[in-house]
Design a protein around this ligand. Structure first.
Ligand SMILES: Cc1cc2nc3c(=O)[nH]c(=O)nc-3n(C[C@H](O)[C@H](O)[C@H](O)COP(=O)(O)OP(=O)(O)OC[C@H]3O[C@@H](n4cnc5c(N)ncnc54)[C@H](O)[C@@H]3O)c2cc1C
Length: 370
């Protein structure tokens, strides 16, 4: 018999999980306080770069590597099921050296990555200027990692929501989940919008807000909101080719000439407003990487609250307290990069025994009674 699933939260995690479970035959219902694609998702830069983000974490690098390998088929399926176009480029990232210390660090990193079987190349200044003529002439070279790339995060999320609905998923928006509880049958219940629903499985994918949903008998999920601001500038289409990452920020060049500039990292609670200071810093970061962006019009400012757990890794796995509950949260700075892997692990928990070794590493119980 096909399982029933309630997904709480319609960010990139909730929508893509809902799509995969619905296409695999589950009866899916999504509960979302606002509309799909809010939360951290709406501000996300969508960079797929485990060998930059995972500089300091071997666990994150290996999860990111696995997820990156799943991206091509994941996007192909999403495009086919939704009929939506989804921005997706795998043309690599440039990590820029603007001083001698950075140049030495990145050269050493390139050698370490190559020794680990990861394609990477140190590009000296003259060659780099041919690839990205608008980039700062102060650059002392750049590390090219060709397997990296970027996606349009809102386009993925809305495509997944549309595809999920084609497979029968039902979205209940403008309703917040308040409580999750165990039923004697082993199923789980969710209290939301003045009523209760029950299902074989409940997936808690409410990002930074996961801590506010009471799970009966369990501790509050230890996720903390970390605000990120991102601005969007308009340049000429094709002016830049690849993601450019520097010491104070990064640029993501979309095919239509939009350039996303990120991002701030701020511990300010649940405040989703942007600030003048944040916008000023991001503009300065953009100009340090590509000086001509000083004159580029700003077309948008977005903020999002990244869900950060105690060890910066997701909490993904079955609750030890409410058997029907699956946590899929705390993706912090890497929720987009880790999306295809997250979807696969949640599907493994719903349809199979949840034997994937990554689930041991990501077990929410490592952080307490969850
Ligand atoms: C500026 C910025 C740049 C980023 N850049 C990157 C990047 O380049 N690469 C990368 O991999 N990641 C990046 N991230 C991180 C990534 O965006 C997040 O990890 C990811 O969006 C988390 O998705 P989520 O679905 O778990 O949470 P969210 O997107 O926050 O979604 C949670 C949803 O739950 C809903 N909700 C809240 N409470 C309830 C409730 N009680 N009941 C029902 N629904 C509820 C919210 O309204 C929201 O829609 C970035 C984040 C920011 C802010």
């Amino acid at each position: 018999m096909s399982p029933s699933v309630i997904v709480i939260g319609a960010g990139i995690v909730g929508c893509t999980v809902a799509h995969q479970l619905a296409r695999s035959g589950a009866k899916v219902q999504v509960i979302e306080t606002r509309q799909p694609g809010q939360g951290a998702t709406r501000a996300s830069a969508g960079i797929l770069a485990p060998y930059i983000e995972g500089h300091e974490s071997a666990a994150l690098r290996s999860l990111g590597r696995r997820s990156l390998d799943l991206f091509d088929p994941f996007i192909a399926q999403l495009r086919a099921d939704s009929g939506h176009d989804v921005i997706y480029r795998r043309n690599g990232t440039f990590e820029l050296a603007l001083d001698q210390a950075d140049a030495e660090r990145l050269r050493a990193l390139s050698m370490a990555l190559s020794a680990d079987g990861v394609e990477s190349r140190w590009v000296p200044p003259a060659d780099f200027a041919k690839h990205e003529p608008l980039a700062s002439p102060a650059a002392l070279g750049a590390l090219l990692i060709p397997t990296h790339g970027f996606v349009g995060v809102i386009s993925i999320t809305l495509a997944a929501a549309a595809a999920a609905q084609k497979f029968g998923a039902h979205f209940r928006t403008e309703i917040g989940a308040i409580r999750v509880f165990a039923l004697p049958t082993g199923r789980a219940g969710v209290e939301a919008g003045g009523t209760s629903w029950e299902a074989d499985h409940v997936v808690l994918a409410a990002g930074s807000w996961s801590s506010q949903i009471q799970v009966e008998g369990a501790e509050a999920v230890p996720v903390k909101p970390i605000r990120g601001q991102l601005i969007q500038l308009q340049a000429d289409p094709g002016a830049m080719q690849r993601v450019i990452w520097g010491p104070t920020g990064y640029l993501v060049p979309w095919p239509d000439g939009a350039v996303l500039v990120g991002s701030t990292v701020e511990d300010v609670g649940f405040d989703e407003n942007h600030t003048e200071e944040g916008v000023r810093r991001l503009r300065a970061a953009a100009v340090a990487l590509v000086p001509s962006l000083a004159a580029a019009p700003m077309t948008n400012v977005r903020t999002g609250l990244r869900p950060r757990g105690p060890d910066d890794l997701p909490m993904l796995g079955r609750s030890a307290v409410v058997p029907g509950l699956i946590y899929a949260t705390a993706h912090y700075r890497n929720g987009v990069m880790l999306t295809p892997l997250t979807v696969r692990l949640v599907a493994d928990l719903v349809f199979d025994q949840g034997r994937d070794p990554a689930l041991r590493e990501l077990d929410p119980a490592r952080h307490g009674r969850l």
